[in-house]
Design a protein. Structure first.
Ligand SMILES: Cc1cc2nc3c(=O)[nH]c(=O)nc-3n(C[C@H](O)[C@H](O)[C@H](O)COP(=O)(O)OP(=O)(O)OC[C@H]3O[C@@H](n4cnc5c(N)ncnc54)[C@H](O)[C@@H]3O)c2cc1C
Length: 320
């Protein structure tokens, strides 16, 4: 019986990608899947997990990674998990290597693909800033540890189990040397990974990229970009879609002046509908699109805005 531990990170409680990845690793083998995290990030009631361990904030805060690592190490020594998975989020990227060092095991970071067959596990991850994809063969003793890129692995079943909940209170943290002086709410734009509608711009709209915001506002959508736009300094890297950017799964992806390079398409996973607006109907993105509009992308935005206004359409509720 395989035992799996998933660290459910802050801010991404609905993300089932770690669960999906664990299913790919254990295949048809009997397994117990446990999730660990803070109360607000965990499911309530029955869920896909067999067991949920709640970390008590009164004992260890998430920013106190030294004590959090010690807690995870203690849990591993009691439960002996075969597989331990973290998301490749800022906290996951801090915790996973610390725990790997504490347990004296290896860690594969930023995994984007899993191939488990006949007792062999091979993992895919970008290497050399995404210039090539490395295949890593797992050897030796466990636990098998990795961080996984969010939004790559998906799980759709509605199956739920009778989840057993326990709050971890026994751990006695050491004095961490961190004193919380003040907390401030971060005012941030919506993460492109969480948006159901993305208005994405590429080289074809480079010089009028700010016009995408006009359409995004009316459609209650979020603006994203290709690397061409990001490398030109017109857009921030946090909104870049693709192999060296973020992986997104919106319901609707409007690609304005984007050619659809392999590296860009790599960042589109489970997108329901792609509308491609391009002056070149033979651009690679057009072969993936549900609808292709051949023409100038800025003209498309202007005409669409006029139509939306004429028909008094309101997208405030439907799209997010
Ligand atoms: C290691 C590596 C990692 C990479 N990672 C990423 C990544 O994460 N994300 C990413 O996007 N790229 C990535 N790239 C870059 C990628 O190879 C392409 O160079 C990039 O995606 C091109 O962006 P683009 O399609 O927006 O621009 P372009 O290649 O300049 O294409 C512009 C498109 O707009 C069309 N067009 C021109 N004018 C108009 C107009 N007025 N109206 C409508 N359409 C118009 C053109 O026909 C063309 O199809 C990576 C490359 C490498 C080597």
């Amino acid at each position: 019986m395989k035992k799996v531990l998933l660290y459910l990170d802050k801010n991404r409680p609905q993300d089932l990608s770690l669960f999906a990845a664990s299913k790919m690793l254990v295949k048809d083998e009997a397994c117990i899947i446990s999730a660990i995290g803070y109360q607000e990030d965990l499911p309530l009631g029955n869920s896909v997990y067999d067991e949920v361990m709640i970390i008590d904030e009164k004992h260890v805060m998430a920013y106190d990674t030294m004590n959090l690592t010690a807690l995870l190490k203690q849990i591993q020594h009691v439960h002996h998990f075969d597989i331990i998975l973290f998301p490749s989020t800022p906290l996951g990227r801090i915790l996973a290597p610390r725990l790997a060092i504490a347990l004296h095991v290896g860690l594969v970071a930023d995994v984007t693909g899993i191939d488990a067959h006949d007792g062999i596990v091979e993992l895919i991850r970008p290497a050399y800033s995404g210039k090539l994809m490395a295949k890593i063969l797992i050897k030796g003793e466990g636990p098998l540890m990795m961080t996984l890129r969010p939004n790559i692995f998906t799980y759709h079943s509605e199956d739920v189990k009778q989840t057993v909940y326990q709050t971890l209170k026994k751990h006695e943290p050491k004095a961490s040397g961190i004193i919380l002086l003040e907390t401030k709410q971060k005012v941030a734009g919506k993460d492109i990974r969480d948006s159901k509608v993305l208005i994405s711009g590429g080289g074809g709209v480079l010089h009028q990229f700010n016009r995408l915001e006009d359409l995004a506002r009316v459609l209650n959508a979020v603006v994203s970009a290709s690397r061409r736009v990001v490398d030109s300094g017109v857009a921030h890297r946090k909104i870049q879609v693709g192999q060296s950017g973020k992986t997104v799964s919106p319901k609707l992806y409007i690609a304005l002046g984007i050619s659809g390079s392999v590296q860009h398409i790599e960042g589109l996973k489970n997108v329901e509908t792609i509308i491609a607006v391009n002056t070149n109907k033979n651009a690679p993105i057009c072969s993936l699109a549900t609808l292709v509009v051949e023409g100038d992308a800025i003209e498309f935005i202007e005409k669409l805005l006029v139509k939306i206004k004429e028909n008094n359409l309101n997208f405030k509720e439907e799209t997010q």
